[in-house]
Design a protein around this ligand. Structure first.
Ligand SMILES: CC(C)(COP(=O)(O)OP(=O)(O)OC[C@H]1O[C@@H](n2cnc3c(N)ncnc32)[C@H](O)[C@@H]1OP(=O)(O)O)[C@@H](O)C(=O)NCCC(=O)NCCS
Length: 331
């Protein structure tokens, strides 16, 4: 039996209907951090080429989010957060890797981010290839703090609360005076070398992301398989055997071939379009998942491994081609 992730997630672009769930996820994620009072009741507008990604569960609830602001050939992480019940499962990293691939494709050479002293955030950035580039201070004047030196326009009281920036060299002095002083660090990741497919596909994060994507697919497929087993038991007194499922798959592949030939203009079948192709591809994947499940193969675990093997195999073939080319040139 395929091991199902009890909380599978999928990564996709942010959609406007995600907003209530996005806001909840962000507020809950930051509640236990030094940004606990940086509450946003709405998601700030993100205008292309800037973009947002979300990790959602099977009900479409946002469990993780990442907004990236793009400016010329540089980009900044404006928001990254994972719902507190789902932290440490690779969701933040999976979101980041999808974003990085997109940024690299768009020719962005540098990604940065700013964060305070929370251990989770700092170690997450370092673990994900970011290096510290700059430090300064975030200083809060809170109700009850000494407001000496803070001025306000005539007719106003001295400030009850304030939030200001200061140079890192004043850290000791400001910590003695204010209770809420944070070092804010800039983290930078160089994207100029790109993310070659060999690198991303070889990574554990890729494997994890694929496992989770398959868990979602598989959960849907198993639901449908149970319904078919039930129907078949009513009709013929038993579910389809493995061989019958495989034969059904062969039928789907035949239909798939006809659809592709029609779409490519080799055959003529009326009423064939992308909708039929989509249906047939999903049917074919469904049969594969059912067969894998019946033979106890965990496709979520084996697919990334098999793909990694294929990548290595293709790299070897490419290296062979290149050495043959250079030998031919030399000759
Ligand atoms: C930072 C954050 C987005 C990481 O998301 P995540 O989905 O939990 O992270 P991942 O599972 O992809 O990565 C796990 C890594 O993150 C770091 N990490 C996550 N939680 C951690 C914790 N409680 N303590 C220490 N390190 C932690 C570690 O480096 C960990 O790697 P490890 O498992 O090898 O030790 C998440 O902790 C979060 O939402 N924090 C609150 C919001 C925030 O601080 N955002 C960033 C600053 S603006």
């Amino acid at each position: 039996m395929t091991t199902l992730d009890p909380h599978p997630f999928a990564i996709r672009p942010y959609e406007p209907t995600d907003e209530p769930s996005w806001v909840r996820c962000r507020v809950l994620a930051f509640l236990s951090t030094q940004y606990y009072d940086d509450v946003w009741p709405r998601r700030p507008d993100v205008v292309a080429p800037s973009f947002g990604l979300v990790a959602v569960d099977t009900d479409g609830q946002v469990l993780g989010l990442l907004d990236v602001r793009v400016d010329g050939d540089e980009a900044t992480i404006d928001s990254v957060a994972t719902h507190p019940d789902h932290q440490g499962r690779g969701m933040g990293t999976a979101l980041l890797e999808v974003a990085v691939e997109r940024l690299v494709r768009a020719g962005i050479t540098r990604l940065d981010a700013w964060t305070r002293e929370d251990q989770a955030a700092n170690s997450w950035y370092r673990r994900n290839g970011f290096s510290e580039a700059f430090q300064y201070l975030h200083v809060h004047l809170e109700d009850g703090d000494d407001a000496e030196g803070f001025t306000t326009p005539a007719g106003f009281s001295s400030p009850v609360r304030a939030f200001v920036h200061a140079g890192i060299e004043r850290e000791q002095e400001l910590r003695e005076r204010f209770a809420r002083v944070y070092v804010c660090r800039q983290y930078v990741r160089d994207l100029s070398a790109g993310t070659p497919i060999e690198t991303s596909i070889e990574s554990a994060d890729y494997a994890l992301g694929m496992t989770q994507d398959f868990a979602t697919l598989n959960a849907h497929a198993m639901e449908v398989a149970a319904a078919y087993d039930d129907l078949s038991t009513k009709r013929i007194g038993r579910p389809w055997t493995n061989q019958e499922v495989a034969l059904g798959f062969v039928g789907d592949v035949g239909d798939l071939a006809k659809i592709v030939m029609t779409l490519d203009g080799t055959r003529r079948i009326d009423g064939i379009g992308l909708e039929q192709l989509e249906h047939e591809l999903c049917d074919a994947i469904w049969s594969c998942l059912v067969l894998a499940d019946r033979f106890g193969i965990d496709i979520g675990e084996s697919f990334p491994r098999q793909m990694q093997d294929l990548v290595r195999h293709v790299s070897e073939l490419r290296a062979d081609e290149e050495s043959t080319d250079s030998a031919t040139l030399a000759g």
